[in-house]
Design a protein around this ligand. Structure first.
Ligand code: SAM
Length: 295
């Protein structure tokens, strides 16, 4: 492990302007940090991080040793007023997560919102994010993409989430733990059949790989192989015209889900919008599913 920079004796240490500095850190390769991020990490009055042990280790790679304050899901409510008070008092606060860009499936969104609402400056130090790295290597369309973050852990809820976006003409980017990868791919194969997909693993690290195949093949591969080592992002390609032609079975599944939440009229309208099928046909199907067809 090599240090990327040594702190210089002449390095300027004048105070930073008071603000929340949302600072990206590497997702694996320690070279992927910006000069500006190193500067802010060296100079901010306060460094907020998810896990002080992880960030202490990271800072050590760059020859930095700074006091750290934990900011995570369990203390965020109580920390927010303190952080706002620091910035109001003229101090600078850098927020980092364990890896990648804070706020992207990581804590910080409510803090940024609270700072903005209080009229305080919020600025981003962009850098690594697994979502963009995955899109960059997947070889699937990047002109439109939808970031889904982590989907629900249970299959039924996850299928419903995938069904909701089935008609979206964009690549889908999903974060998942290796343990749940096979389950996610099985659900994607059921709900988004025929789509191209790529499992991007260990991005920017030594054993980086991108495995591309139709989603059914990936589901079979990982069901057999078991959980892979390391971290993964799944990118699913946009639907082709053929993918968008819903089968009767898919239509009835979507109607049944929509009927559980609303009226026949609303269910027909919702599924008509998603599937492109005529609303009258869907109304008749929904009536039949609800047992209201008296023909
Ligand atoms: N904020 C981070 C970002 O900007 O990418 C994401 C944090 S989220 C808690 C962690 C998830 O990101 C992992 O479960 C995995 O899906 C993805 N991830 C992070 N680093 C990765 C890497 N090097 N290769 C593949 N996926 C990665």
């Amino acid at each position: 492990m090599t240090r990327c920079t040594e702190p210089s004796a002449e390095a300027p240490r004048e105070p930073l302007a008071p603000a929340l500095y949302i600072t990206a850190t590497p997702i694996g390769n320690r070279g992927d940090i910006t000069l500006r991020a190193l500067e802010v990490l060296a100079r901010a009055d306060h460094l907020l991080c998810e896990d002080t042990r992880v960030t202490r280790k990271l800072l050590g790679l760059y020859g930095l040793s700074r006091p750290l304050t934990a900011y995570h899901d369990h203390n965020a409510e109580s920390m927010r007023p303190k952080v706002l008070a620091w910035i109001v008092a003229g101090e600078s606060v850098a927020l980092v997560s364990d890896a990648g860009t804070p706020l992207i499936s990581d804590p910080g969104f409510k803090l940024a919102r609270a700072c903005r609402a209080a009229g305080l400056a919020v600025t981003a130090l962009p850098g690594a994010s697994a979502a963009l790295a995955a899109l960059a290597v997947a070889g699937l369309p990047t002109d439109r993409f939808l970031f889904l973050g982590f989907l629900a852990p249970k299959s039924a809820a996850r299928r419903a989430e995938l069904a909701e976006v089935a008609a979206v003409r964009a690549s889908l980017v999903v974060y998942e733990s290796p343990r749940r990868l096979a389950g996610l791919l099985a659900d994607a194969a059921a709900v988004l059949p025929g789509r191209d997909a790529v499992v991007c693993r260990e991005l920017t690290k030594l054993f980086e790989e991108a495995v591309a195949a139709p989603v059914e093949d990936l589901a079979a591969r990982y069901a057999e192989a078991g959980p892979p080592k390391g971290e993964v992002v799944v990118v699913i390609g946009p639907p082709s015209e053929r993918n968008l032609a819903w089968s009767d079975e898919q239509v009835d599944e979507a109607l049944t889900r929509a009927l559980a939440a609303g009226s026949v009229k609303d269910a027909a309208a919702e599924v008509a919008a998603a599937s492109g099928r005529p609303r009258q046909e869907l109304y008749r199907r929904a009536m039949r599913l609800r047992g209201g067809d008296r023909r």
